[in-house]
Structures are given as structure tokens and as C-alpha cells.
Ligand binder design. Structure first.
Ligand code: FPP
Length: 247
């Protein structure tokens, strides 16, 4: 994995083959706030504004699937006031999506165990998914209370129950069956995963799905991540020679 520190201005994505599915680990909100002497929640607020900008951009340029890591199964361990601030931002975004984006083409989905959220947030999530389900534009997967390991455990339990019920035999279990029982069932695996903030970790993001994803790690904190940075990552992806284990 290479770390990109270059000035990412004026990168044109005309004439490049775009990835079908992009995943983004929105990292660096806390450091962004700290650098400015602000509370971490201010970093998340700036991160949420950037989230709006980047999802719109991805939809405009024709990305088909976008998965954004908004809240992990481990993020509950953060201080109460930080978790509360994040919940407030999620609620604001969902209300805004329901109120203002009636003519939108983006289809919203959630991946993760959303039963852990308040009833109010869960209701907004269901409403947003229901209201956007017939749209034909970009699929936006919001990873909320998502963990790649947790997802694999969930799929294993579902499959074990089918085995117990006699619906399948152990020989029927294959990679496709696992892919069909995880949150992203029916969607292509991510081609490209972008991690701003310079950390070389997967942080439990799309563990099963990212077996052959290309990673681009960028030295930019999420609130500072621009459309130009997105273009840079897309160009970097287009230059990669994907062999999927072959030659
Ligand atoms: C990681 O940065 C970021 C998060 C745990 C939260 C991501 C959430 C947002 C960007 C808000 C999304 C909002 C909506 C509406 C979906 P960090 O806090 O770990 O940063 P640090 O590593 O610099 O401390």
C-alpha cells in the first residue's frame, strides 16, 4: 500500500475506467478538530458536511455503489458526549434526506446491526430506505454499527440455522453462500477502498468483501478530503493491474 502525500490538484477523471463500487473509511475527524483546538464533535460535524459533498460527487460522476463507514461496532466505546454528538448528526442527515431529497436518485441502504440505535433513528432509517428503494441511481450503503467480523458471525449463524433445519448440507456451504448472507448480498465487492488520514488499517471494514479490493491510503484528514482527492484516488485505482490472484 502506498501513502499519497502529493498535492492533488487538477486531476482529470475523463477517459478513465471508474470502479463500480467504492468504499470510504471516513477517518481523521478527531485530529482535524484537535489541530484547530476544537472539540472532537466539531470534527464530526465537518466530516458530516464533507460526507454530503462527496456522496453527491460520487453520484454525479457515475459511481454505482458507494459504501461509507460512518460508525463501527467498536465506536460505542467512545466517550458518551462524542457518541451523542454522532447520533445527533446521523439524525440530522436522515431527517434532511427525508425532507429535502425527494427528487434524488440515490438509493440508501444500511449495513450493520441497526437494532442498536434508538427507535427514533431506526424509524428514520427504515423510512429513508423505504422512500428510496425504487430509485435507480447510486446505491449508498451507510455502514452503521458495522463490523466486518460481526457481519461474518451473523452470516455464520444464519447458515448454521439453515443447516440445523435441514435446508442445506455442509457441502452446500461455499463462498457464494457466505456472500449471499452478508449485508451487501447481491452487490459487487468493492473495487476500491479509500482511507484518508494516513492510517494503514482496515479497521474491520468490509473484511469479507475486500479480499481483492485495491486500497488507496491518503494523507488527508476526512473533513479536508476534496473532490480533487477523490479524482486522485480514482486515477490511482485506474492505474492498478488487478490480477485477483492470477498472473
Ligand atoms: C473516524 O474519525 C470517524 C468516525 C468514527 C465517524 C465518522 C462519521 C462521520 C464522518 C459523520 C458521518 C455523518 C453522517 C451524517 C453519516 P476519528 O474520530 O476516529 O478521527 P481521529 O482518528 O482523527 O480521532
Amino acid at each position: 500500500m502506498a501513502l499519497f502525500k502529493k498535492n492533488t490538484t487538477a486531476y482529470s477523471i475523463d477517459n478513465i475506467i471508474l470502479p463500480e463500487h467504492v468504499g470510504i473509511i471516513m477517518d481523521g475527524n478527531g485530529r482535524w478538530a484537535k489541530k484547530r483546538g476544537l472539540p472532537r464533535s466539531a470534527g464530526h460535524s465537518a466530516g458530516a458536511n464533507n460526507f454530503r459533498k462527496i456522496i453527491r460527487y460520487c453520484s454525479d460522476i457515475g459511481i454505482k455503489y458507494l459504501t461509507m463507514y460512518a460508525f463501527s461496532t467498536e465506536n460505542w466505546k467512545r466517550p458518551n458526549d462524542e457518541v451523542t454528538a454522532l447520533m445527533k448528526l446521523f439524525k440530522q442527515y436522515l431527517e434532511e434526506a427525508l425532507r429535502d431529497f425527494q427528487d434524488d436518485t440515490i438509493k440508501l441502504r444500511f449495513i450493520g446491526d441497526i437494532t442498536a440505535f434508538s427507535k427514533e433513528i431506526q424509524d428514520l432509517m427504515y423510512e429513508a430506505v423505504e422512500g428510496s428503494k425504487n430509485r435507480d441511481g447510486m446505491v449508498l450503503n451507510l455502514a452503521m454499527n458495522y463490523g466486518g467480523r460481526d457481519e461474518i458471525v451473523m452470516a455464520t449463524k444464519t447458515i448454521a440455522q439453515k443447516l440445523k433445519n435441514g435446508e442445506i448440507t455442509a457441502e452446500d456451504i461455499d463462498e457464494k453462500m457466505i456472500s449471499d448472507n452478508i449485508y451487501t448480498a447481491g452487490q459487487p465487492d468493492p473495487d476500491l477502498i479509500i482511507r484518508p488520514s494516513g492510517e494503514y488499517r482496515t479497521s474491520n471494514f468490509l473484511l469479507w468483501q475486500s479480499a481483492y479490493s485495491e486500497y488507496v491510503i491518503m494523507d488527508k484528514l476526512w473533513p479536508d478530503f476534496t473532490k480533487e482527492d477523490m479524482n486522485y484516488a480514482l486515477i490511482e485505482y485506474a492505474k492498478r493491474n488487478r490480477r485477483f490472484g492470477g498472473v
